[in-house]
Design a protein around this ligand. Structure first.
Ligand SMILES: Cc1ncc(C[n+]2csc(CCOP(=O)(O)OP(=O)(O)O)c2C)c(N)n1
Length: 379
């Protein structure tokens, strides 16, 4: 088993225990004092619909409708809590499984599926929701987020004292990404330039089949400290704590206080992607340990204990989730078929002899197939 969230872990910031009891912390509890029953239900809805989206996308990949899928299963609290702490003017740089953050930013989630179906090179305009395109290149976007944050400094939108204007960036990456050169370079630049960037590391315990113990001898958040960046570890399955620590970090960044490194201690409950079989490298006992810490169940337990939810509301949400699932399935099945020319069109800005040759070969190859639509209906 990898590192655990045992009570001995004195570093872990938690405002909600795995069974849904509040933990009072004078340093962070005031940051969630304004979250009333409506706000808690909003967080619950975000997490539940994100999970529904993820489940539908996984099934669509299994049915051959998507080429690949990267699940967010189990990481909903880390994503929704941190995402909700961001302001509209903050620029978010996701990796590839930040579906919960995308949802909170207001992105129509089926746009993500265009990329995973292979019919789009991006899927949305990053400026529409200040939510950058997904990237599969591990760690590269930590540099983009840091450079963008330095641009914000030069644009004069940091530390003005105007909460509608001051902005920061936040970048999402995994435990494995902390070993990448790009991530370490980003931490250097962010630290020495006091850049308004929040490094949000979701330590989901695994980088494909590599456990976190193969990335670092010390807890990951101490990596940030080594660069002179305020750093902390939060319970990533506790949506309230994730919200509290991220809102503090973003506020500091926007006001000119510089970067923060947040390690959200969570678990990837699903496979790395639909191409992976985690039973090859981790135990059923470990998976059960984390199922008992499910971030969605945890918030529901709190809401029930505080009478913040009733059966009628839960039934309505269930209906909404069912309709959402249907919307996802019908949207994906109605996506257009790109022409076979599509894959050759964006290789170079202008014509290129090798690409032209390859296109011609491919078109000739395609002509060798019988057009089944012309002969169908004979049986
Ligand atoms: C630069 C680079 N190197 C290697 C890979 C192959 N790769 C894809 S995902 C992955 C593991 C990433 O693990 P982590 O950063 O912990 O993120 P997680 O997938 O767990 O969210 C690797 C090595 C890649 N996509 N990019």
């Amino acid at each position: 088993m990898s590192q655990s969230t045992s009570p001995d872990d004195v570093d872990l910031i938690q405002l909600l225990t795995p069974t849904g009891q509040r933990v009072d912390r004078p340093d962070y509890s005031p940051r969630i004092a304004h979250l009333d029953a409506t706000a808690l239900r909003g967080m619950y809805r975000d997490m539940l619909l994100t999970r529904r989206f993820d489940t539908e996308a996984t099934a669509l990949q299994r049915q051959g409708e998507l080429g690949l899928w990267a699940q967010s299963l189990g990481q909903e609290a880390a994503q929704v809590g941190s995402g909700r702490a961001a302001s509209p003017q903050d620029m978010i740089f996701p990796a590839y499984r930040e579906h919960g953050v995308a949802f909170v930013r207001g992105l129509e989630l089926t746009k993500i599926l265009r990329q995973f179906r292979g019919i789009d090179h991006g899927g949305w305009d990053p400026k529409d929701h200040n939510f950058h395109l997904y990237t599969l290149v591990i760690g590269s976007h930590t540099l983009h987020a840091t450079g963008y944050a330095m641009g914000m400094q030069r644009d004069g939108v940091v530390g003005t004292g105007d909460p509608q204007r001051d902005a920061a960036t936040m970048v999402y990456f995994g435990d494995g990404a902390t070993s990448q050169g790009d991530t370490n370079e980003a931490l250097v630049f962010a630290a020495v330039n006091n850049a308004p960037v929040v490094f949000f590391c979701q330590n989901n315990q695994w980088a494909i089949s590599e456990p976190t113990s193969r990335q670092s001898r010390v807890p990951l958040y101490r990596r940030g400290q080594g660069f002179g960046i305020p750093s902390l570890r939060v319970d990533g399955n506790d949506v309230l704590a994730c919200y509290a620590v991220t809102s503090e970090a973003l506020e500091r960044a926007r006001s000119g206080g510089g970067p923060t490194f947040i390690e959200a201690f969570t678990y990837r409950m699903g496979a790395h992607t639909t191409s992976d079989d985690p039973t090859r490298y981790r135990s059923a006992a470990e998976e059960q340990y984390w199922r008992d810490r499910d971030p969605i169940d945890r918030l529901l337990a709190l809401m029930k204990a505080e009478d913040a939810v009733d059966d009628a509301w839960l039934a309505e949400l269930d209906e909404e989730a069912t309709a959402f699932g249907e919307h996802i399935r019908t949207t994906v099945r109605s996506f257009e078929r790109p022409s076979s020319d599509f894959m050759f069109r964006n290789v170079y800005a202008g014509p290129h002899a090798i690409v032209d040759d390859e296109r011609a070969w491919f078109e000739a190859y395609q002509r060798t197939f019988v057009d089944v639509s012309a002969t169908a209906g004979g049986h």
